[in-house]
Design a binder for this molecule. Structure first.
Ligand code: TRP
Length: 374
């Protein structure tokens, strides 16, 4: 049967679309402003006050190590913070405190890029595009939203719901390839990969990498010093349950002396720690602080009681942590310097993100500055 005029119009239209797509792809390649980074690390941390040993051993310490070998971009995520209610003055303070902890722990604001999220507008811009890529069905599966929203889901902010699309934007605004995160953020990383892939597919471009999570070793799940079965937490009523990053030498030693234990001697192998949550926690902390492992620690301390182990742990903890606390208090005495370091980091971050977002805008079809395609 002969083609009807409508069919011919359709075919012509399809060809036109295909040509356009090819043009767009060619233009995108031609105007490819930045080569795909081979390995670029991005990670974010919430601005909550009172960072403690759990945050240090669980995350920050790894960030410090990574910056030696890779281009690293570290972000204090104040945009994410306001997905739940925040006092503005407190938010400013927490943002500075977290930045100070990172610097005190050894993140170099010169070698790495360190900044607060709201200072780089490209995060919000890309988050909107991703809100139009991600599907309700994908977000409905996010367990962190379910936990944080609790029973009264109707009253949760839209921001809390779309938290993961902003997180995807954080990472992909830099086309980061690797993201060091804790186990609890794995699902958000998977979503980030889904969004990257869906964007690439929708616009028929190979633009975003699929970033890899770098899940930290299980070694460093730090538990409360008062209860080996609950996580060390900033919200625990007892300050003796945690070692804060601001604690000085005396306080650190005192908290370890008071830490809950059991009456038995330490075993010489890790299997012997089974069912002894407090012993397991203290040995784990020792191993992490000594850059060692549980078995080596037990090889040294097996058969000895806490009367001997605790002073050794206190000495190690003070040596490793007290200088950090001192440095932090020093930094916080000059908040203007922290603000200046963050502002400088934001400029450097924007230098990386701006050309990437220009290109995203172009790919999506937004007219305006930076448009390269027809
Ligand atoms: N959601 C992360 C957390 O709560 C923080 C975060 C925000 C993040 N953006 C990120 C982590 C991007 C890694 C990459 O721990």
């Amino acid at each position: 049967t002969a083609a009807t005029p409508a069919m011919i119009t359709q075919a012509t239209e399809r060809q036109r679309c295909k040509r356009q797509r090819q043009d767009r792809q060619r233009d995108a390649t031609m105007t490819s402003l930045l080569p795909m980074p081979e390995k670029r690390i991005f990670s974010g941390i919430q601005p909550t006050g009172n960072l403690h040993l759990g945050n240090y051993l669980g995350a920050i310490r790894n960030w410090v190590t990574l910056q030696d070998d890779f281009e690293s971009i570290y972000c204090v995520v104040d945009l994410h913070a306001i997905t739940v209610a925040q006092d503005p003055q407190q938010l400013r303070q927490s943002t500075r405190e977290v930045a100070a902890s990172l610097i005190a722990a050894g993140i170099s604001p010169e070698r790495s890029v360190l900044f607060n999220q709201s200072s780089v507008p490209q995060h919000s811009q890309l988050a909107w595009v991703f809100n139009c890529i991600a599907r309700l069905g994908w977000l409905n599966r996010m367990t962190q939203f379910k936990e944080k929203a609790g029973k009264n889901r109707e009253n949760a902010t839209v921001g809390l719901y779309s938290y993961p699309t902003l997180m995807a934007a954080d990472i992909l605004a830099y086309r980061a390839t690797h993201v060091p995160v804790g186990e609890d953020q794995k699902q958000h990383l998977e979503l980030t990969r889904d969004i990257a892939q869906a964007f690439n597919q929708t616009y028929d471009v190979e633009f975003f990498p699929l970033p890899e999570p770098q899940i930290f070793g299980s070694a460093t799940r730090v538990m409360s010093l008062r209860d080996g079965n609950s996580k060390m937490s900033k919200s625990d009523a007892s300050d003796n349950s945690r070692i804060n990053m601001t604690d000085g030498a005396d306080l650190i030693a005192q908290k370890i002396r008071k830490a809950k234990t059991d009456p038995d001697a330490l075993p010489s192998e890790s299997a012997g720690l089974e069912g002894r949550a407090e012993a397991q926690n203290l040995v784990g902390i020792f191993a992490a602080l000594a850059d060692s492992d549980v078995d080596s620690v037990l090889a040294d301390f097996g058969g000895r009681g806490f009367g001997e182990f605790k002073p050794a742990l206190a000495e190690l903890a003070v040596a490793k942590l007290a200088p950090m606390g001192d440095r932090m208090r020093e930094l916080l005495a000059n908040p203007g310097d922290i603000d200046a370091a963050l502002a400088d980091g934001a400029l450097r971050a924007e230098e990386i993100a701006a050309p990437i977002i220009d290109q995203v805008n172009d790919i999506v079809g937004f007219l305006g500055a930076g448009a390269k395609s027809g």
